[in-house]
Ligand binder design. Structure first.
Ligand SMILES: C[S@@+](CC[C@H](N)C(=O)[O-])C[C@H]1O[C@@H](n2cnc3c(N)ncnc32)[C@H](O)[C@@H]1O
Length: 435
C-alpha cells in the first residue's frame, strides 16, 4: 500500500504557540518540525539555534530526540496514522500532522515518556497552533495508537513494507535492494533509524588532537592524506565544515592547504573551528566556487573534491533528506559534481592525485561521475583511476574493522554502507594525472 502524504501543502498559516501548559522541550520540537516542514531550515541548524538556547540541558536533549526521531520515523508514523483517520485519503493541516507525528513517535518509540504526557501535550499543541477543531481527533487517534498491539513480522516482507516499517521512501529502498541486495538495504534502513554512533574505526594514540567526526568521513580524509604523503600544496575544494581539512592538516604538517568553499557562511564557521586547532596554521581559507576556480587557486599535488551531494549515506544524521529528496534531484547533483571534478582535475600537477568523494549511496553521483568525466577527451589520455586497497592496508584501522573494510573496496572504488560498515555511507575514487 502506498501511503499518501499525511499533511496538505501549502500549509495553513502558522499561529504562535503558547508555551503553557506544554513543556518547553515539546514546544521547541514542534516549532522546529514546523519550520523544517515549511522548508525554512534544516533540523541540525535549528536545533543549534536560538530556539533551543534557552532550554535546560535535559530539555534540549529531549527536544533533539523528539525532532530527529520524528523526522527519522515520519514515513513509518504516517503509515500507522493514516488508516486511523476517518477518511484514509484525508489531508491534514501541517500543525495537526506534526502534533500527531510527535505524539505517535513518543508513544511508539520512547518508552521513557509516560503515554499521557505524549498524548495530552500533542492535543495541547494542536489547540495552541490554532487548530482547536482538530484536538479531539488528535486525542482519539493517539489513544488508538497507544492501545494498538505491535504488528508481527510477516514471513516475507515486500520492499514497500520494509520502506514503511523502517521509515524510508520506497523509491530509495528499491534502488538499494537492486544495487546492494535486500539484506544490505535492510541494514541501511535500520542504520538510518539509529542515532549516529560514537566514532570507533581508528586505532588512535590518546593524545591525538583530531576533531570528532564520523568514521566514514574520517576514512575518506585518511585515504586522501595517505595518497600523496609528500604533498606540498593541497586543495580541499569543498571544505566546510572542515573535518577532512583538519585531518589533512594533522597528517601532512609540512604541506600548505587551501581549504575553500562556495558558501561564505559555512567558511566563516569553519574558520572559527580551525582556530581551535594549533596545528591547523598550515590551512588557508578562501571563498571559491570550485566549478569555476579563479587562476589564483593554482596547481596542486593533492586535491580533495568532497563534493556536495544528495547525502543518502547520512540519513541517520540528516533525517529530513529522505522527505525532500526526489529521484530527479540526482541528475542535478551529478551535473554540479561533474563540473567540480572537471575544474579540480584541471588544477592537478602532473603526477598529482585527486580524491573524489561523496556521502551518497547513489551511483549517479559516484561511479558514474568519475567514469563520465575521465572518459572526456580532455582527460581520457592523462587521468587514470588508481586502486585504493594499497592505501587502505596502510591505515591504522581497528582490527575488528579490517575485514568489513576490505569488503568496502569494490573494483577501484571505496563504497561504505551505513549499517554494513562503520559510520555514514561514503564513496571514494582516487585519480592520478600522468602529464
Ligand atoms: C560534503 S560537504 C564538505 C564536507 C567537508 N569536506 C568536511 O569534511 O567537513 C560539501 C561542501 O561543498 C560546498 N559546495 C557546494 N557547492 C560548491 C561549489 N560550487 N564550490 C565549492 N564548494 C561547494 C558546500 O557548501 C559544502 O560545504
Amino acid at each position: 500500500m502506498k501511503v499518501p502524504p499525511l499533511s496538505r501543502r501549502p500549509s495553513q498559516p502558522r499561529a504562535s504557540v503558547q508555551p503553557k501548559p506544554i513543556s518547553p522541550a515539546r514546544t521547541a520540537a514542534f516549532e522546529i518540525l514546523m519550520l523544517v516542514a515549511e522548508g525554512k531550515g534544516n533540523s541540525d541548524d535549528l536545533l543549534h539555534s536560538s530556539r533551543t538556547a534557552q532550554l535546560s540541558p535535559e530539555d534540549r536533549n529531549l527536544a533533539t530526540a523528539l525532532v530527529l526521531g520524528t523526522l527519522r520515523w515520519q514515513i513509518a508514523l504516517d503509515a500507522k496514522i493514516q488508516p486511523l483517520l476517518q477518511r484514509p485519503d484525508q489531508r491534514l493541516a501541517e500543525p495537526v500532522a506534526i502534533a500527531l507525528r510527535l505524539g505517535a513517535f513518543q508513544l511508539v518509540h520512547l518508552d521513557r515518556i509516560p503515554p499521557h504526557a505524549a498524548l495530552n501535550e500533542s492535543v495541547e499543541l494542536t489547540r495552541a497552533s490554532g487548530q482547536a477543531h482538530a484536538a479531539g481527533m488528535v486525542n482519539a487517534i493517539l489513544r488508538k495508537l497507544a492501545s494498538a498491539k505491535p504488528p508481527g513480522q510477516p514471513l516475507h516482507e515486500s520492499t514497500a513494507a520494509i520502506a514503511r516499517r523502517l521509515g524510508h521512501p520506497q523509491w530509495l529502498v528499491e534502488r538499494w535492494v537492486a544495487r546492494y541486495g535486500r539484506e544490505a538495504a535492510i541494514r541501511i534502513c535500520e542504520a538510518g533509524q539509529r542515532e549516529p554512533g560514537e566514532p570507533s574505526f581508528f586505532d588512535e594514540a590518546p593524545d591525538v588532537d583530531l576533531p570528532r567526526m564520523d568514521d566514514g568521513s574520517r576514512l575518506v580524509a585518511e585515504l586522501a592524506a595517505a595518497s600523496v604523503p609528500q604533498a606540498e600544496r593541497i586543495w580541499d575544494a569543498c571544505a566546510a565544515p572542515g573535518g577532512k581539512a583538519l585531518v589533512l592538516s594533522h597528517r601532512l604538517p609540512s604541506a600548505t592547504i587551501l581549504a575553500s568553499d562556495v558558501s561564505a557562511r559555512r567558511l566563516g564557521a569553519m574558520r572559527t573551528r580551525l582556530a581551535q586547532y594549533s596545528y591547523a596554521a598550515n590551512i588557508q581559507t578562501e571563498v571559491v566556487d570550485a566549478t569555476v576556480p579563479p587562476p589564483s587557486v593554482g596547481d596542486f599535488d593533492l586535491i580533495l573534491a568532497d563534493v556536495p551531494c544528495s547525502g543518502t549515506g547520512t540519513l541517520a544524521r540528516n533525517p529530513e533528506i529522505r522527505l525532500r529528496l526526489e529521484a530527479s534531484d540526482l541528475a542535478r547533483q551529478a551535473s554540479r559534481q561533474c563540473q567540480i571534478l572537471r575544474a579540480a582535475l584541471s588544477r592537478l600537477r602532473p603526477g598529482g592525485r585527486l580524491l573524489y568523494s561523496t556521502c551518497s549511496l547513489e551511483p549517479e553521483e559516484c561511479e558514474q561521475v568519475v567514469e563520465a568525466v575521465t572518459a572526456e577527451a580532455e582527460f581520457a589520455a592523462t587521468i587514470r583511476v588508481l586502486p585504493l586497497d594499497p592505501l587502505l592496508d596502510g591505515l591504522t584501522v581497528s582490527g575488528r574493522f579490517r575485514e568489513p573494510l576490505a569488503d568496502a573496496v569494490r573494483g577501484a572504488y571505496l563504497r561504505t554502507l551505513p549499517g554494513v560498515h562503520p559510520g555514514d555511507g561514503f564513496f571514494a575514487a582516487l585519480l592520478e594525472r600522468s602529464v
